[in-house]
Design a protein around this ligand. Structure first.
Ligand SMILES: Nc1nc2c(ncn2[C@@H]2O[C@H](COP(=O)(O)OP(=O)(O)OP(=O)(O)O)[C@@H](O)[C@H]2O)c(=O)[nH]1
Ligand SMILES: [Mg+2]
Length: 193
């Protein structure tokens, strides 16, 4: 798929304002700092359409980006596991992220991002369980592949799949730094829409 245009549409802070205009959506969730906004920029070939930061907690709203007119939409979500949200407790069940995930009518797939270097956290497991419980279609993207040796990547993916009890086939390797994974993700989106 060729990205002809990528435009920031809007941001919302309340569930009442979630968009509902039928454009297919693909959302990115994961721990703060895992690389959601960076991946969106990499996929779209834009340097800083989605705001990124080395400090966790950069993305605080549901941010929508319209791609190729009304072909589809990428949704950048706030990270979890950072500050205010109580220790180890993900507010996915009651917070904005959960409301977005369960109330969006045009949501096609949720991409759950995990840092390739780490075992999934309790919060990551809660997120996956939330998606399974609510029967929401998801794929897993392991980020920052450039941070470990190529020879170790497969093993890390196997470990992550085992920890989450998911099939390895739903895991996509990525690096926004080296532009790895971008084509696979775009191909996946193209097949869905
Ligand atoms: N080496 C490397 N660094 C990355 C990669 N992706 C993101 N980063 C860095 O990780 C940090 C966090 O990236 P963001 O994209 O802002 O992370 P986020 O998940 O959107 O974070 P929040 O908005 O806080 O939830 C930044 O310093 C990025 O430069 C990658 O593929 N490789
Ligand atoms: Mg972000």
């Amino acid at each position: 798929m060729i990205i002809k245009s990528a435009v920031y549409k809007t941001s919302v802070s309340k569930a009442e304002n979630i968009l509902d205009d039928g454009i297919p959506e693909f959302a990115f969730v994961g721990r703060s700092n895992v690389g959601k906004s960076s991946l969106i920029n990499n996929i779209l070939g834009c340097k800083s359409l989605a705001k990124t930061s080395a400090t966790p907690g950069k993305t605080k709203l549901v941010n929508y980006f319209d791609i190729n007119g009304d072909m589809f939409r990428l949704v950048d979500l706030p990270g979890y596991g950072y500050a205010k949200v109580g220790k180890g407790q993900l507010d996915v069940w009651s917070g904005l992220i959960g409301k977005y995930l369960t109330q969006s009518k045009s949501l096609q797939t949720i991409f759950v991002l995990l840092d390739i270097r780490h075992e999934p956290s309790e919060l990551d497991k809660q997120m996956i369980n939330f998606l399974i419980y609510n029967q929401l279609p998801f794929m897993i993207i392991v980020t920052k592949a450039d941070k470990i040796a190529k020879s170790k990547q497969i093993n890390q993916i196997k470990k992550i799949a085992k920890a989450l009890n998911v099939r390895e086939e739903i895991i996509i390797l990525s690096s926004s730094e080296l532009s790895i994974g971008k084509d696979k993700i775009l191909q996946y989106i193209e097949n869905k829409i």
